[in-house]
Design a protein around this ligand. Structure first.
Ligand code: CA
Length: 231
């Protein structure tokens, strides 16, 4: 779980955007504003945000299109905001991957409640192991799709690196011996050659820890390795 409390508001009506900024800042959120769809999407893809508030009617790219493109790479919670209260819009928004939907004019208290709910849901998702998705501190492994991502970044791993990371994530918070890792990742043919594991750990760290400045893989001297929820 990250403590990022930054919210991205994509809303072209300055009055509403500033009102939201004021209210959300007052609640302790850090707010970034964007006034059109294209710029907002760029911001969403280049920085980390806990949540997005997305207007539907926007210049450059409309809200549905922003959401569609965002969802290809990110599961950031999105609350859509619109003046148009039609069932079709709601369905389009939720089908497109919006977490929630609000119709203008809205009561700020209701929006705040929905933001809290969306963030809570997101944090719950992170800690629940669904079987196909493993994750730890922003790092996500989708086993079925054979994909590893850090926020919106896709990380390219070799098969062995992937398997190694998988074993560590499946046993999150549990120290695994180098022998056990070797057996799981390389099989019995490499019995005794635990230095292979150290090499793979080094490769993984160079692709993960070193680049994103997060210490995922911890060494437990004389024992093995572990990935923990905290450092
Ligand atoms: Ca608008």
């Amino acid at each position: 779980m990250d403590n990022n409390n930054r919210i991205l508001i994509i809303e072209d009506e300055d009055k509403i955007a500033r009102f939201l900024e004021l209210e959300l800042s007052h609640e302790g959120y850090e707010v970034v504003k964007s006034y059109n769809g294209r710029d907002g999407l760029e911001k969403a893809l280049s920085e980390r945000y806990a949540l997005m508030i997305l207007d539907v009617m926007l210049p450059e790219l409309n809200g549905f299109e922003v959401l569609r493109r965002l969802r290809k790479v990110s599961d950031m919670p999105v609350i859509m905001l619109t003046a148009r209260d039609t069932v079709m819009d709601k369905v389009a928004g939720l089908d497109g991957g919006a977490d929630d939907y609000m119709t203008k004019p809205f009561a700020i208290e209701e929006l705040l409640a929905r933001i809290r709910l969306a963030l809570k849901k997101k944090n719950n998702n992170i800690s629940v192991n669904t079987g196909n998705i493993l994750s730890c501190r922003g790092l996500t492994m989708d086993i079925q799709r054979y994909e590893v991502t850090y926020n919106t970044d896709k990380i390219e791993l070799t098969h062995r690196e992937f398997e190694m990371l998988r074993v560590l994530l499946e046993n999150k918070n549990i120290v695994i011996s180098r022998e056990k890792l070797l057996e799981k990742v390389c099989g019995y043919d490499y019995l005794g050659e635990t230095n292979i594991i150290d090499v793979y750990v080094r490769y993984l760290r160079s692709k993960l820890d070193d680049i994103y400045k997060v210490k995922w893989i911890q060494t437990v001297r004389g024992v093995g390795y572990v990935i923990r929820d905290d450092e």
